[in-house]
Design a protein around this ligand. Sequence first.
Ligand SMILES: Nc1ncnc2c1ncn2[C@@H]1O[C@H](COP(=O)(O)OP(=O)(O)OP(=O)(O)O)[C@@H](O)[C@H]1O
Ligand SMILES: [Mg+2]
Length: 494
Amino acid sequence: MLKMTDIIKSYGPTLVLDKVNLAVEAGQVMALMGENGAGKSTLVKILAGIEPADGGQIEIDGRAVAIRSPAQARAAGVGYVAQELSIIDSLSVAENVFLGDASIGVIRSASRLAELARPYLVQVGLGHVDPMALAEDYSVAERQLMEIARLLSRKARIAILDEPTAALSETEILRVKAAVRAIAAEGCAVIYVTHRMPEVFDLTQRVTVLRNGKSYPALDTATLTIDALIETMLGRQLGQMFPPRAKHLGDVNLNLDRCLASGLKSPVSISLRRGEILALAGQVGSGASSLLRMLAGVTPIQSGQIALAGRPYAPKTIADAIAESVVYCSEDRKRDGIFAVRSVPENLSAPALGAISRFQILSPGRERSHIRSIAAKFGLDERYFSRLAGNLSGGNQQKVALGKWIGLDPKVLLVEEPTRGVDVGARAEIYGNLRALADEGMSIIFASSDTQEVLGLADRIATFFHGELVRVVEAETATAESLTRDVTRAHEAA
Ligand SMILES: Nc1ncnc2c1ncn2[C@@H]1O[C@H](COP(=O)(O)OP(=O)(O)OP(=O)(O)O)[C@@H](O)[C@H]1O
Ligand SMILES: [Mg+2]
């Protein structure tokens, strides 16, 4: 159904795609994989009419097509879910579902539009969402699912999903998978970009790998092993994914005594030692993010006490938290994580301006060494320094978003989705880095929708459900099944 041949694309002097080929049959789900910056998003943006190619051909149903704009792509039957959220916060959910759909322009009544949007929302598990409410009222995961509802509404023949599940937890991923299977069953050709291995084996029939600007002949998922796939992607084998856990922990660093904040339905008591990594696991709305936001000074503490290194800690603003050396890296990279129109060095030095200035004047030497040390820790290539952060690939943006906070050398690091959209190789590096920082005495709390990450990286795991802390367990004793049970409270339903 779709054949892309000899696609060439450069950004300035950088050749990103060097005669890349990709072919997908009707009814087939093709995984598109490769390291961060390999060119996956660039390739699908060309197909979606967002970026022009410098060379190559695109054929649909055996006929050459010219795709030079998103409108032409849509006319050719291409539907596209971008890697970075393209939901417009100030529009209603229903307006977002039909965004850019010219045929809907004549429908003026908001309630009629809501009615039309509802079936698509239900199909992606957003039955609880009010189609007339503003999109900004919903979480990243819910907004991501709105994008998929938009794709369904378009009835595309070729569907592109660029990391649709990077921000989602297991149950929401099931919704996405079901939606993808349904569109493939209707004869749609699907291109599915992901860094999550289980999805590749579960959902796709073939895999196209990009590396160093080249594409490899598509692999059959059925006969592929995970090690072979990683080796094709990275050009090397991957050693240990997760570093060893902490051997000895320090004193109590952070102690929460019956704390309540918006999003939490019952008080939370928990403590964290120096050198400890605590994972928070839970679905959207579970309270895990609410706890992080309270600790970060984003939302106020309603009742209870927090002690940081033995002293009362009650941040009213994010700045208060930072002043106490508690930093927070949010899950919404595009909105809160980076300054897209600023350079990578400006992003990395932004939180540290005080430390790298002398008499309130920025010291270029200090700034350089500050940036270099972060880049080295996070495997962020120095050739990216001349770029705007918004022009980096998704995974590299994540390194910037996290790295800038690490640069402050905080006492407590709060992170949501630490490796969202990060490739397997860089993921192992980030895990190693976080553990090394903990070993130096930092306490880390991270919330993650990735079960393997929760089980592999944490010392202890706190599970949340419907605004309540379910339990705290040693990570060594937890399993994927026990976690799923806790975060869905399935045993109570049963
Ligand atoms: N607008 C742009 N200007 C300059 N360089 C760009 C631009 N967009 C992308 N690039 C560069 O092109 C390369 C490929 O980026 P792309 O986003 O396609 O990678 P990717 O494979 O999707 O990675 P990820 O897994 O991190 O999403 C990267 O080196 C990126 O920095
Ligand atoms: Mg990408």
